[in-house]
Design a protein around this ligand. Structure first.
Ligand code: SF4
Ligand code: SF4
Length: 111
């Protein structure tokens, strides 16, 4: 069995030392099918002026704390947008974001 296959693709623990998808693009943390009630739970200061998604500083979502590739947390994790919930470690969007950030593929040994 390969190292990649041994990792549960839904195991998000590696995200805490990554955060590449959260700093990938202003178009990333956009809102989609969230209800008004769900969106109301996200602090207004972290929402884009045009209300299209999360506010970004450069390409980086304003809700992201920490250093990408080292240690990160999402400050609105419990109420994060659907696109963030749908991105799973190891899926295509994850791998694209990691590659863009100059990081190795998820699930493959870094050394
Ligand atoms: S790019 Fe992948 S591993 Fe990194 S935080 Fe996003 S989902 Fe997690
Ligand atoms: S809301 Fe959280 S999970 Fe979504 S992009 Fe921002 S920091 Fe990442």
């Amino acid at each position: 069995m390969s190292a990649a296959a041994a990792i549960d693709p839904r195991d998000v623990s590696e995200c805490q030392s990554c955060g590449a998808c959260c700093g990938h693009s202003t178009a990333w943390p956009r809102f989609s099918l969230e209800s008004d009630d769900e969106l109301a739970l996200i602090p207004a200061a972290l929402v884009a002026e045009d209300l299209s998604g999360m506010r970004c500083d450069g390409n980086r979502c304003a809700a992201l704390s920490g250093e990408i590739g080292k240690a990160v947390t999402c400050r609105v994790y419990a109420v994060r947008p659907i696109v963030c919930r749908d991105c799973l470690p190891g899926d295509d969007a994850c791998q694209m974001a990691r590659a863009a950030a100059g990081m190795g593929k998820w699930g493959e040994p870094s050394g």
